[in-house]
Design a protein around this ligand. Structure first.
Ligand code: ADP
Ligand code: AMP
Length: 219
């Protein structure tokens, strides 16, 4: 299965991908996570991405498309789920082109629909483990011990781009540049798009996603 998970930043894409990966054995490819790893490693790519990420804008398409095409090539037979990519119509078209070269296509698009107020609270309350990448929320998905990762005991951090000012910009960027990607897929006969209500609790959202994906797996 080759899946795209769309949704505003903070809609719960990473949280849901963990559950989807556990159930279907897909490779989770998060463009945001890959960029943060590149930055932490101090690579040229990481340096190029830095200013765009810190201001809440998008890293240029050509940089992202090349980075993600490379990651997709390494995906196992079972397939992959894309999280945070594509984020522009141009990225979606380039992804289709690159998959078509190896006679592949996106099988399904899952679109997490969420209100801006909810998503802003999710982003500003998000806490992440710098060691293992686990994601928590100060109210909704708390670690067992406040500010400490359940998995490895590392102190949790707040992503710098989850500050209220940057969150406002990221939401503007989402509506202007990424929301049109939903229509790109809806107007494209190759992929089926499922709209999912992501305002609900994480477990309820997982159940809605599994309902759709179980049918695809059985087909
Ligand atoms: P994204 O990958 O789309 O940016 P995340 O999965 O990191 O979003 O989730 C953003 C924040 O919201 C995290 O702090 C996460 O713990 C929390 N969260 C995710 N899904 C839900 C949900 N359904 N209800 C409440 N909080 C959630
Ligand atoms: P995320 O972790 O998905 O919220 O991404 C964090 C930041 O990385 C975004 O605000 C962008 O600056 C950058 N980024 C991630 N994915 C993409 C993409 N597909 N296209 C452009 N920029 C991206």
């Amino acid at each position: 299965m080759r899946i795209v998970l769309l949704g505003a930043p903070g809609a719960g894409k990473g949280t849901q991908c963990k559950h989807i990966v556990a159930r279907y054995g897909l490779l989770h490819l998060s463009s945001g996570d890959i960029l943060r790893q590149e930055r932490a490693a101090g690579t040229e790519l990481g340096k190029k991405a830095q200013s765009y990420m810190d201001s809440g804008g998008l890293v240029p398409d050509e940089v992202i498309v090349e980075m993600m095409a490379g990651a997709i090539k390494k995906a196992p037979e079972a397939g992959f789920i894309l999280d945070g990519f594509p984020r522009t119509v141009n990225q979606a078209a380039e992804l289709d082109k690159s998959l078509a070269c190896s006679r592949q296509k996106i099988d399904a698009v899952l679109n997490l629909e969420i209100d801006d107020e909810v998503v802003a609270r999710r982003m500003t309350g998000r806490r992440s483990c710098p060691q293992c990448g686990a994601v928590y929320h100060i109210e909704n998905l708390k670690p067992k011990v406040e500010e400490i990762c359940d998995n490895d005991g590392t102190r949790l951090i707040q992503r710098p781009d989850d500050s209220p000012e940057v969150v406002t910009n990221r939401l503007k960027t989402y509506h202007r540049q990424t929301e049109p990607v939903v229509d790109y897929y809806k107007n494209n006969n190759n992929s089926v798009v499922y709209d999912i209500d992501a305002n609900k609790d994480a477990d309820e959202v997982s159940a809605l996603l599994f309902e759709k994906l179980d049918v695809l797996v059985e087909a």
